[in-house]
Design a protein around this ligand. Structure first.
Ligand code: NI
Length: 165
């Protein structure tokens, strides 16, 4: 496994539509393993392949006890609404407020090409929506109804530091 470089906002790769994965070979397995290592190392919740410069429909999401691998994911159903803070490894040092569905059901393939369904609520549902939008070239900043000001961001960082002390 290897760490991959995370591209940041302004890099045109982040605005491109990714192609589906059609060949489930060692290259895809290596990409997924590298993305897992990269998201853990960066303390992120999720990562999409275009964020590491690969225009393929692959996402990893850290569920806490495991990391789910989503190849060619599609949302099947969504329900409810949540309103909260969102950030992105490709948009460092910024947060914004985004409305998302409270519950999302999706289908995806695993690294071998087998289809499965998965349901997520709360933060996981938010993350699924966020990561899937990366695959179509969109960042959450386009969807946020408000970005935090620099002052609000610094206050949030102070609170996080206090909580971790
Ligand atoms: Ni992101």
């Amino acid at each position: 496994m290897a760490l991959r470089k995370i591209l940041t906002e302004g890099n045109p790769t982040l605005n491109k539509v990714c192609r589906p994965v059609t060949v489930f070979d060692d290259r895809i397995a290596t990409l997924i393993d590298d993305m897992k290592e990269t998201v853990i190392h960066a303390n992120g919740v999720g990562l999409a392949a275009p964020q590491v410069g690969v225009l393929r429909r692959v996402v990893v999401v850290d569920l806490g006890d495991e990391i789910v691998e989503l190849v060619n994911p599609r949302i099947l159903e969504q329900e409810g609404e949540q309103d909260g803070l969102e950030g992105c490894l490709s948009v460092p040092d910024r947060f914004g407020l985004v409305k998302r569905p409270e519950r999302v059901k999706l289908e995806a393939q695993d690294r071998h090409g087998d289809w499965f369904e998965y349901e997520g609520e709360g933060l996981i549902a938010r993350c699924f929506c966020h990561e899937l939008e990366h695959l179509d070239g969109h960042l959450y900043t386009e969807r946020a109804y408000r970005m935090l000001t620099e002052e609000e961001y610094e206050e949030l960082m102070r609170q996080n530091e206090e909580e971790s002390e």
